[in-house]
Design a protein around this ligand. Sequence first.
Ligand code: AMP
Ligand code: GLY
Length: 424
Amino acid sequence: MRIMVIGGGGREYGVTKRLSMDERVDSIYVLPGNGGMEEFAECVDIKATDMEAVCEFAGSHSIDFVVVTPDDPLAMGMADRLRAMGIPCFGPSKAAARIESSKIFSKNLMMKYNIPTAKAVSMTSLESALEYVRNNELPMVIKADGLAVGKGVFICRTRDEAEQAVRELMENKVFGASGSRILIEEFLEGVEVTVLSFTDGKTIIPMVSSMDHKTIGEGGTGANTGGMGVIAPNPFYTEAVANECMNHIFLPTIRAMEAEGCPFKGCLYFGLMITENGPKVIEYNSRFGDPEAQTVIPLLETSLLDAMMATEYGTLYKTPVVFSPKAAANIVIASGGYPGKYQKGLPISIEKTDSDTEIVHAGTKRTSDGYVTAGGRVLNVVTVADTLEKAVAKAYEQTKKVSFEGMYMRHDIGKTALDFIKKQ
Ligand code: AMP
Ligand code: GLY
């Protein structure tokens, strides 16, 4: 088979590496890929959002299956275009990708179908939004309707913060048209869990649960990032919670999408808050999470390619998807300064790791002198072990195998989860 993967971060590294190990795969192209992926795939210098060039490449290279991994090409309708050319894909249609690309669409969906989520109102004018934030309960969460590179959410504890967030989005338009409509919602308290799932629109199979660590600082402090580390499974996601999620969130969501005429096929990402009143949806994503994907995929014991193809062909009900009972930890190694300004092009040294650990490339470039940094999140150190405690300890130990000037990592990845396990 000839496979094409769209994207170039750590998530795409995890997906592509796994697919490249499948003996049915003869060639695998990544558009645009990154430095580290050149070891097992052919990187093609085409941007993930360059729809024309991507489709032209797929057509002219007799591609059998395309994995559209990032949110923006999905929101642009890349999967629809490829399917119209007769090329099967992993990834939702443009209409189904609205579950991520419009937070107002997804909030309306949850309200219409009684899927538990934070109470919210949507606003389309600056005046009414300001009036609302001056007169309602704090803290409140203000969100841009559209995609905003993961930065369109403001947790506001004071009226000033809330007013400023509204002005940033609607007046200063820091995220352009994405902020012309906003959502103002109730602040949920609890523990966050990510559950990725495979779905063909009728059957849904959750993957092993995980916990991302989103802020740059330790203990949940500082600015939000794309994710600074992940552990899987998430110990707060008990069997009882999982059953509740299946019955009240996962199945109702895919049925709702089907009822709305836009069945969801691909990876549906559930960002959940386990509150006193049960699990609630914080957000949906129309794709694998990054860095969740590259943490969870190593625990998948069955074929990733089969699961992906089953989402396209509607055969998930008869496709085995089995996860190992082991645990995984992922420590993200970032450039100094991230998520603000940071330097690129710094030489990276990587020593051989133990066999239970993989150095995932997220933002690297290969030069004639070796790898150099090329992004905010540069590498991920991912370890699989029998227990979460061992996975976290080993992953941290293995971070010593990599170095570059100014490298930054959090030192408390997995701490909340391990403290919880110890108390049981
Ligand atoms: P999102 O981009 O929707 O995942 O939001 C980013 C982060 O903001 C989430 O991972 C949560 O930590 C936080 N967040 C979003 N919505 C809420 C909410 N209603 N209550 C509390 N925290 C929230
Ligand atoms: N790690 C969060 C996301 O991919 O949206």
